[in-house]
Design a protein around this ligand. Structure first.
Ligand code: 26Q
Length: 816
């Protein structure tokens, strides 16, 4: 059942736009540029969503229902205007309203800067989940940070990545957000803990030496075709004046140092690391600032609703997006005990039924730890509470495995040694009522390899919730051509019921439908080709295979395996008489963490190879390589609908899920991928004939590593591999400067090739040959592409959210 979209008064809306144009942004209709029009339109629309936000917030049914609080240091929301227009059901009406004022909506939407408040998959997942919570009207609040600068902007200088700050709000501010100063919180840091006597009861209290203000900004999360709007609440750090005056006046120089830290620093910038932890004080301050403000806001809502603290877990659940907000667990314990005077058992009974934790990685280097001394210094009372949680937990461990010291050492929250550290994942598992991985395979590995003892201790705690993506942004909004085509067949409800796409499979062999489907794909490819010509001055043909790998740059994702394949094609085109291939454009888009040296070298190598290949007359334009700079959500929205081939080639066991794989399959790309993450489930859905699986599986990877992997063996045994790699050694791609691309080459040989690129190379090349052959059979290819769109309904984030609701959160939808 589709609900009435918002009652829309075009006249009133146009007047509101004009009012904002002049009164808010100081432009006249005559002199306003596109940016001013976009801002004014954004403000006019945000008026509507802000009213709906307040109405939802005040709705008794929502107030009295259980809510999920999604705590995440990242929400990679992307541009909001187009997406919100879709969800509000106003896309056509506003197109018309703006056209009457001489404005083209599509052009105005291009004025919006992406709010890039996340690194990659984990942050984007949080944004898709907020969309699906609102679409299905499950009461929810997203809690994040209001970074002044989002993920850095990327450009290339002579092929090398350059970073620049991303001032996403511009000088005028972001039209979609609204400050909620009445909900501000004060957050403490540093200081000491003292004991005191409270009418015969001994209590502890934390006396921080520095306070900052947490100012919330609400971004509206608009439910699809409903008036429900939930907040994405982003905390901004501001100074409180006078600032730690006491310690300053006391002449306590050391304490006053802290006061000298500009409070604004805490939320100044998003940490650009992805799947890698790097424990800096400021990052821990961000985490605590976020956790404390969010927990306090949750308690405020709970108590304002007139409910008892003891009932917190009946009313609120707190989902931790990876370990980044773990400190919320001891913070809730501290508030319950030190501020509300509950005893340990009462506080733990509440806390341990309130938190749930999602694990997004098995990579050892990504598992968060913090030095005990840092936590002790910054958050002394929290360190005490962590010790007490650990003490009680280790009693359980001893009861379960008497005398097994190794078990205690392995499971302890504290890792002993010269530099003692706190293991955040252990704290999360112990302090949560549910823990989940993000794809079936990943969740199995969480159980088998990461937390087997926890699974034995708490046999019902570990779950799987396979990730998903919102079909509103990732099909309806970004691919209007395909959306219209599928609507013709299945009607208009598929954005809310993605499983309905399955009916499209009946048309997979229908020649007329194949033609129309591939015509949409071609239009999307042409749009991307035009963008590439205009912005990068590279000529590409929309008839070529568009082979796409778009994701953060990381060795485990193996962009360098893709590069080896490109080198092998180049080598064969030049040296193998009779070698033929369908014309192909390989697209990359990827940011490297600024401190990740090898990742940056791989970007450099790809750019240098691209430069040569794209301009080599000998290969007759058969092969092009395009590295699209500054990958971000809005760029994904253009690339994904144009993809023929989706590269999902991580070493088996390393990619927890992937979500780009789902987006591209939904938009009709065929996956070439390993048996990793959600690829496994995509294969189950689309069938073996409609996906290209290659490479070692998890057990084979482990066996090979155990037996002692030697990349040189593969290098010397496979002439094509050797020839491809050797191209990196000379000056083929760096004229006059031989050896400039050595870093990538060396990592694969002397470096030991930790992610087994060489072991999977031959099988990868074979899979690509099969795809290439298939692409020349136009009808066969179209059939497979159509089946991909039709059969991936499972991967709507609406289903992921229902899994969380049914198996973990236990919420009820409030249909307003
Ligand atoms: C940690 C410490 C200090 C600074 C930064 C970080 C940090 C930040 C981001 C660590 C990890 C991340 C992001 C991880 C991530 O995006 N993981 C991806 O999550 C997706 C959603 O579940 C999965 O689909 C991907 O497989 C997984 O890699």
């Amino acid at each position: 059942m589709t609900k009435q979209p918002h009652a829309f008064d075009k006249n009133a809306f146009q007047l509101s736009v004009q009012k904002h144009l002049s009164a808010t942004y100081a432009h006249t209709v005559e002199n306003a540029d596109s940016r001013a029009w976009y801002l004014a339109m954004g403000r006019a629309l945000a008026e509507i969503t802000t009213i709906n936000l307040l109405e939802t917030e005040a709705d008794e049914r929502v107030v009295n229902a259980k809510s999920v609080n999604y705590l995440s240091l990242e929400f990679l929301i992307g541009r909001l205007t187009g997406n919100n227009l879709i969800n509000m059901g106003l896309y056509e009406s506003v197109t018309e309203a703006m056209a009457e004022m001489g404005q083209n909506l599509t052009d105005l939407l291009e004025e919006e800067r992406d709010p890039s408040l996340g690194n990659g998959g984990l942050g984007r997942l949080a944004a898709c989940f907020m969309d699906s919570l609102a679409a299905q009207e499950f009461p929810s609040v997203g809690y994040g940070l209001h970074y002044e600068y989002g993920l850095f902007k990327q450009s290339f200088a002579e092929g090398r990545q350059q970073e620049a700050p991303d001032a996403w709000r511009g000088v005028e501010g972001y039209p979609w957000e609204v400050a909620r100063p009445e909900l501000a919180q004060e957050i403490g840091f540093y200081g000491h803990v003292e004991s005191y006597d409270d009418n015969g009861v001994q209590r502890r209290r934390w006396v921080p030496s520095m306070y900052v203000k947490a100012m919330p900004w609400d971004v509206p999360v608009v439910g699809y075709q409903s008036n429900t709007v939930y907040p994405l609440r982003l905390w901004e750090c501001q100074a409180i004046a006078p600032f730690s005056l006491e310690s300053f006046n006391n002449g306590n120089y050391f304490e006053a140092q802290h006061a000298l830290i500009d409070a604004g620093n805490i939320t100044k910038v998003l940490y650009p690391n992805d799947n890698h932890e790097k424990g800096k004080t400021l990052r821990l301050m961000q985490q605590f600032f976020h956790s404390s403000a969010s927990v306090r806001d949750i308690l405020r809502r709970h108590l304002d609703a007139g409910l008892a603290l003891a009932d917190l877990s009946k009313q609120e659940t707190i989902q931790l997006n990876d370990t980044h907000p773990t400190i919320a667990i001891p913070e809730l314990m501290r508030i319950l005990m030190d501020e509300y005077h509950l005893d340990w058992d009462a506080a733990w009974a509440i806390s341990s039924k309130t938190f749930a934790y999602t694990n997004h990685t098995l990579l050892p280097e990504a598992l968060e730890t913090w030095s005990e001394s840092l936590i002790q210094h910054l958050l002394p009372r929290h360190m005490e509470i962590i010790y007490e949680i650990n003490h009680r937990f280790l009693q359980e461990v001893r009861a379960k495995w008497p005398g097994d010291v190794a078990k205690q050492q392995k499971l302890s929250i504290i890792q002993e040694g010269f530099n003692r550290v706190v293991r955040m994942a252990n704290l999360c598992v112990i302090g949560s009522y549910a823990v989940n991985g993000v794809a079936a395979l990943h969740s199995e590995l969480v159980k088998r390899d990461l937390f087997p003892e926890f699974d034995a201790l708490y046999p019902t705690r570990l779950h799987n919730v396979t990730n998903g993506v919102t079909p509103r942004r990732w099909l309806k909004f970004c691919n209007p051509g395909l959306s219209e085509l599928v609507s013709e067949i299945v009607g208009n409800d598929w954005p809310k019921h993605l499983e309905q796409l399955e009916a499209v499979s009946q048309y997979a062999k229908d020649a007329a439908f194949q033609k129309r489907y591939m015509a949409v794909k071609r239009e999307n490819k042409q749009r991307l080709a035009d963008w590439v010509k205009t912005n990068l001055d590279i000529e590409i043909s929309a008839d070529a295979i568009f082979d796409v790998q778009i994701k953060r740059l990381h060795e485990y994702k193996r962009q360098h395996l893709n590069l080896l394949h490109i080198l092998s094609l180049y080598h064969r085109l030049l040296n193998e008489p009779g070698f033929d291939m369908a014309p192909r454009v390989v697209f990359f888009a990827a940011k490297a963490a600024p401190g990740y040296h090898l990742a940056k070298e791989i970007i450099f190598a790809i750019n240098k190879v691209a430069e040569k290949v794209n301009n080599d007359p000998r290969i007759g334009g058969k092969l092009k390589v395009v590295f699209i700079p500054d990958y971000r959500v809005s760029m994904a929205e253009m690339i994904i609908p144009a993809a023929d081939v989706s590269e999902q080639i991580s070493t088996a066991g390393k990619e927890a899920s992937g979500t780009g794989n789902m987006k591209m399959a939904l938009n009709g790309a065929l996956t070439i991928g390993t048996m990793d993450g959600a690829n496994v489930e995509i294969r189950e859905e689309v069938g073996d004939d409609n996906i290209y699986i290659f490479g070692l599986e998890v057990d084979e990877v482990e066996a090979l590593k155990a037996q002692g992997y030697n990349p040189f063996e593969y290098y010397h045994a496979d002439p094509l591999l050797k020839a491809s790699m050797d191209l990196l050694l000379g000056e083929e791609f760096t004229p006059g400067q031989p050896g400039l691309l050595r870093a990538t080459y060396d990592s694969l040989l002397d470096g030991g090739d930790p992610y087994l690129c060489l072991a999977d190379f031959a099988s990868y090349v074979k899979a690509h040959e099969a795809m290439d052959k298939q692409y020349r059979d136009k009808a066969g290819w179209a059939q497979k592409a159509i089946l991909n769109t039709a059969l991936v309904g499972k991967f709507t984030s609406d289903r992921s959210i229902r899994d969380y609701v049914d198996n973990i959160w236990q919420l009820k939808a409030i249909n307003r």
